[in-house]
Write a protein that binds this ligand. Structure first.
Ligand SMILES: [Zn+2]
Length: 181
């Protein structure tokens, strides 16, 4: 990566941004020789991340798959598509900036679950129920599943009251279960 001003090779990245549309990473760099700044665009393919599944198989990190999985969990919940997309972009960028080619599927899953937990408890439970195997899930999760079922049955007028009655969030700690992959 040469500096366009002095052709020096040494530079540092000041900022990187994933462009969702073009699938490129825009990097703002500063030349360590002449201190001038320039921008590079790199194709995401060059940084393609592999997700290592539990059985050792690798597959490409697929942001669309992650976004759609999260959106599915957020169906009919007050969470905007933008919030999900921004989160996934940020997460992808973080992973890319680590400079490693691979990430464990468990880490990806846990990260998404944590985010959903922050955003919305129902979305969290839905996602967790797909992601984790249910046999080991603790009592708290069972209760939340029932809450979810009840909510879906309730007519709209009563919904708010039920939600108020269950404000406390479950703790993430006891959910030591295996992912389904
Ligand atoms: Zn330079």
């Amino acid at each position: 990566m040469k500096c366009p001003y002095c052709t020096g090779h040494r530079n540092k990245v000041i900022d990187s941004r994933l462009n969702k549309g073009s699938g490129s990473i825009r990097r703002r760099r500063e030349c360590l020789d002449c201190r001038r700044r320039f921008t590079t665009y790199e194709r995401v393919e060059e940084f393609s991340l592999l997700v290592v599944k539990k059985d050792g198989r690798r597959e490409p990190f697929d942001r669309n798959k992650i976004v759609s999985g999260m959106l599915k969990a957020c169906e009919k919940r007050p969470i905007s598509v933008n919030v999900i997309e921004d989160f996934v972009s940020e997460f992808e960028r973080e992973l890319q900036e680590r400079g490693e080619r691979e990430v464990q599927s468990r880490e990806v899953g846990e990260r998404l679950i944590r985010k959903l937990y922050e955003l919305d408890e129902i979305a969290y439970v839905r996602f967790a129920s797909v992601y984790r195997s249910f046999k080991d899930v603790n009592q708290f999760m069972e209760e939340l599943r029932e809450l979810l079922r009840d909510k879906e049955k309730e007519p709209k007028g009563q919904k708010e009251e039920i939600e108020k009655g269950h404000e406390s969030k479950p703790t993430l700690e006891p959910l030591k279960t295996e992912d389904k992959e």
